[in-house]
Design a protein around this ligand. Structure first.
Ligand code: ATP
Ligand code: MG
Length: 350
């Protein structure tokens, strides 16, 4: 797949097939909407803040949305369901009644094992999948009826590779600037600023194929930031990276968010990252949100409910709410696809 196709996929493609019309399911199990608390443990990296502000100041707020009943929230999902129908296999209910709110300006982490339904949820929020049952709004716009408005507000770094090895870093970001309609006169400057924001100025004119895994991921971040999104959606931004590269990706995300107030929705398997960088978390398993809250709220609930865990980690929290370890994936015919996809993603950035 070329980067043009990837860019188009990320921004405009819609996979309308395989939609089911399941009934609205309410997820009642343990889901609690904790109050917004800022996690004080964000990495204090403001070195790129000035550049970042210029590069990615969120687009002007859109005019009043006709369906903007919840426009103070960045994302609202109500009773979201999605099933995949295989030709030979039975259908897989990937998302099973997800209720979720991402508040404007927060970093929200969606956590869960392989096959939990994180990517499917993200793809519904980014309008890349239809919403056959339930409702999704982004800044008050219903994704089913106001798809283009939603897409203009989003930057998306998909789980799979979205950069082209045969182009330079600058060319890759410029391609996204074109696809996302950054005004021609501003393009070169905005591309340079986005590259600076992820610390790739020096490597900007090298072929992307020569980049390390961490550099590729930061380049993909620049691609998503060049359109100055109000909501940045990242699917496994650090998978397969070493600890130093993981930290540098998070520091870039954190610096941009601090400089612009942009909302961030991120999926990850890494509990330590979630604990350190996310304001609130949703723990997802088998298509359902099992718990919602700040890392501290989640841990204190476990402390209260499970005295055998006086000092619980997020792994303990996940085990408590999901009834099993995060490391253990979903036992279903989806496993092979999950492993193949994860390995492909890890190896191309590793
Ligand atoms: N295109 C597809 N066709 C059929 N089933 C799919 C497809 N994509 C995902 N699934 C199935 O839907 C379920 C949820 O998958 P999803 O990719 O949303 O999980 P995930 O939480 O993102 O997992 P991972 O951590 O491995 O990325 C899994 O059982 C998976 O096998
Ligand atoms: Mg995924």
């Amino acid at each position: 797949m070329t980067s043009t196709e990837n860019a188009t996929n990320a921004s405009h493609a819609t996979n309308a097939s395989h939609a089911t019309n399941g009934s609205h399911a309410t997820n009642g199990s343990h889901a609690t909407n904790g109050s917004h608390a800022t996690n004080g443990s964000h990495a204090a990296n403001t070195s790129h803040a000035a550049t970042v502000t210029a590069a990615v100041s969120p687009t002007a707020a859109p005019g009043p949305a006709p369906d903007a009943g919840a426009s103070s929230e960045a994302v609202v999902c109500r009773g979201l369901e999605y099933s995949f129908h295989g030709r030979r296999s039975k259908s897989t209910k990937a998302v099973d009644g997800v209720d979720l709110i991402v508040r404007t300006g927060e970093v929200f982490g969606l956590l869960g094992p392989n096959g939990a339904g994180k990517t499917t949820t993200i793809r519904a929020i980014t309008t890349l999948l239809p919403v056959p049952s339930g409702m999704v709004q982004v800044f008050g716009y219903d994704t089913a009826r106001r798809r283009m408005e939603v897409r203009r507000l989003l930057g998306y770094v998909p789980q799979q590779l979205s950069a082209e090895a045969g182009l330079t870093g600058r060319e890759n970001v410029a391609l996204f600037a074109r696809v996302f309609d950054v005004p021609h006169a501003e393009r070169a400057e905005r591309v340079a600023q986005a590259l600076a924001a992820v610390d790739l100025t020096e490597a900007a004119d090298r072929m992307c194929g020569t980049y390390s895994g961490g550099m590729v991921r930061r380049l993909e971040l620049a691609q998503a930031l060049v359109s100055a999104p109000r909501l940045l959606v990242l699917d496994e931004p650090t998978i397969g990276l070493d600890p130093i590269a993981r930290t540098s990706v998070w520091e870039c995300i954190d610096a941009v968010r601090r400089a612009t107030g942009m909302t961030v929705l991120v999926t990850t398997h890494y509990m330590d990252e979630a604990d350190q960088y996310c304001d609130r978390l949703g723990l997802m398993d088998r298509g359902k949100i099992r718990a919602l809250g700040t890392p501290e709220e989640l841990k204190s609930w476990v402390r209260e409910q499970a005295p055998e865990h006086p000092d619980p980690s997020l792994d303990d929290v996940f085990r408590h709410f999901a009834g099993r370890d995060l490391a253990r994936g979903q036992a279903s015919e989806g496993d092979f696809r999950d492993v193949r996809r994860t390995r492909r993603t890890a190896s191309r950035v590793g």
